[in-house]
Structures are given as C-alpha cells and as structure tokens.
Design a protein around this ligand. Sequence first.
Ligand SMILES: Cc1ncc(COP(=O)(O)O)c(C=O)c1O
Length: 397
Amino acid sequence: MGDEASYDLSRRVEGLRSSAIREILRVVNRPDVISFAGGLPAPELFPTELLGRLSLELLQSREAPQALQYGETEGVPALRQRILQRVPFVPGSFGLEGALVTQGSQQGLDLVTKLFVDPGDEVLVETPAYVGALQAFRFFGARVTFLPCDAEGVLPGALAEALRRRPKLVYLTPTFQNPSGLCYGEARRAEVAEVLRGSTTLLLEDDPYREIWFDAAPPAPIAGRVDPARAVYMGSFSKTAVPGLRIGFLLGPPALVRRLVLAKQATDLHTNTLGQHLLLRLLSEPAFEEHVAGLRRIYRARRDALHGALERQLAGRLTWQRPGGGMFLWARLSGGGDAARLLERALAQGLAFVPGGEFHAEGQGRDTLRLNFSFSGEEKLEEGVRRLERALEGFAG
Ligand SMILES: Cc1ncc(COP(=O)(O)O)c(C=O)c1O
C-alpha cells in the first residue's frame, strides 16, 4: 500500500523529496560516527546558564504576561529596534516598518518565495547554493538557475546576462556561504551591487554567518548598496544565540514587508513571544558579546584543526580553500569522482559528511563535499580526517 495512492495531494507537493542531508543525519546519531555532516552549532557552547537565569528573571518580571501572550505579527517592537541597532547598515537605512521577526531565517525564505514565485518563475542562485533555500524555491515551483562563481563569488557578467531575462529573485549568500564557506571581497560586492542596480529583480541576501568570522570582519552586505526598494536582507540568531529559539529577521522595503506580514499571519500569526522576549534580554547582556567572541575563537581553532589535518594528510587527494568564517569547509576530489560513493565508504569507517551534489543543479558537483567543523572538537576533527583518509584509500571515484 503506497502512501502516495492514499491522498489527493496538491500539485505543489508532487515530487517533494526529503533532502539527502536529513537522511544522512538519521544515521549519524550512532555514537561511533563522527559527523562532519550537519550544520549544527556546538551544543556545549550554548549560553545555557545565561539563558536559564534570564528565563527566570523574565518570568518573574512585570513583562511576564506580555511574554506569554499573543503578539504582533511583525515581532516584539523592542526586539525589532534592537535588531536594527545590531545590523551592519548605516543607521536609518532600514526603518522599523521594514523589520520583521521571523521563525528562523528559513521562514524568511519561505515567505519571500511565497510572495514572488509562481510555478515556472525563474530564481537565480549561486553555484553551489544552500539546500534549505533550494527546497523553498522548488516547493513553489521555481525554475532555479545556478550561476557560475569563482573564488570571489558570483561572476558579475553571468549575473548581468541572467538578469536580462527578468527573473523574480536573485538569492545570494555572500558571507561565509553554506556550503562553500566563500566570502565575497569588497571589490566583488561592489561589482555585483553595480550589476543589480541596473535591474528590477529583487535581491534576497541571506546572512546568518556574518558574526562568525575568524580572521577579519566581513565587508558590508550587498543589500545596503542597491536600490532599497529591490532588496531584502535576512539574518538569524541561530548561529550566535541558539537555533532552538527559532528567531531570525528580515529587513526590506515597508511596502513589501506589509505583504510578508500578511503571509506570515496566515502561517503562524507571529514568532513565539516568549523566545523573542528572552532573546531581547540576552542581546542586552554584556556577556552576550563575550559569548560571540568565544564562539569565534573556538570555531577558529576548529577550522584550523580541520584545515591543518587535511593539509598534512589529504593535500594530494582533495583541494579546498580555507574558510575565513562560518561553519563549513568545502572540498573537491582532486582526481574527480563521486562523493556520494565516497560517503558510503566513509560511513563504513565511522565518518559522515554531505556530498556536494545536493547543493547543485541535478547531476552537477558530484566531486565536491561539505565538511562541517563547528560541531566536533579538535580531536574529533583530526580523527575524522584519518577516517576520511582510510575511506579514500583505493577509492577509484
Ligand atoms: C545560509 C542559510 N540560510 C538560512 C539558514 C536557516 O537558519 P535559521 O532558520 O535557523 O535561521 C541556514 C541554516 O543553516 C543557512 O545556512
């Protein structure tokens, strides 16, 4: 009895597939498996004690009834103010009416796609691109076009040419991208902004890793350099605070945000109020900035451990660029080959990673792999590379 036969589903969900990442994550709960697969922050670094104290204070304060009540769809006003103070834009670039608190930045992707994309509409993305965004675009029937990138980011010429077709959206993650770790330099950001200024297509800039930098703070977002009527910028507290709160935000032109608010109302009325009040308190603590600085320090050491082990053991077999921030190192099999087949061998050695094909157009990028370094300590990262080396022994591709 197939499930498929039992339900008269909408056309929208025909062909909906579970992502390979979710499938891999099922296996990696085995205690003997080292996981470079997920995109998870390190749980031992969560500000658990601080959140415990702040939760108690919140629930014992005069704000408690408000924090437990229904709230505005736009989000708690004081949190929206605080977000505007934290974002890397010239003060006043985005007003309060242009700020929406979302259920993680993933919801921002869903809402913007819902608003813009009819089946068959074109959406431009980078090669490779974040799987969660691809899922949202495909869910609404978008025709996704992958644009070529070099070590500095998307190629401005290819972007300009694609924009002539007037696609609905261009989705960019210029800062420590998931999966590639790539961060556009200042010059490429300026070039891309210049190309976008000549177009009416909406830029959707996704920036959840901005604060997780290791060597130097990243250049300012592209969204602040284009026509403000044509840009939406998304951020998240999943990587700096905790993902379980599910709080992200979206900044955009007020006329657009008003429509996004209607779409959000139909979905969930508003983002959870208790979490928003708690986050507001967390952001007001001086200890929070120390916490973020600590994340940078520890993730940097993990990046170095992974990069160093790869250099010592696998320099001939893989090529990669050392990421300057974020949570991922992106590698390519030097002699080509299928990383999905390598994954089977790696799992037999007790190591999981994500084969890069997931982040590409069908059939592309098979020789790439995404290695996460935020979730494992330095020793595990080194042991993981030893397992990868064993998996590669005699691997013909
Ligand atoms: C590029 C990118 N965008 C969005 C998200 C979703 O984050 P959240 O919904 O937790 O804010 C992620 C999570 O890994 C991501 O890597």
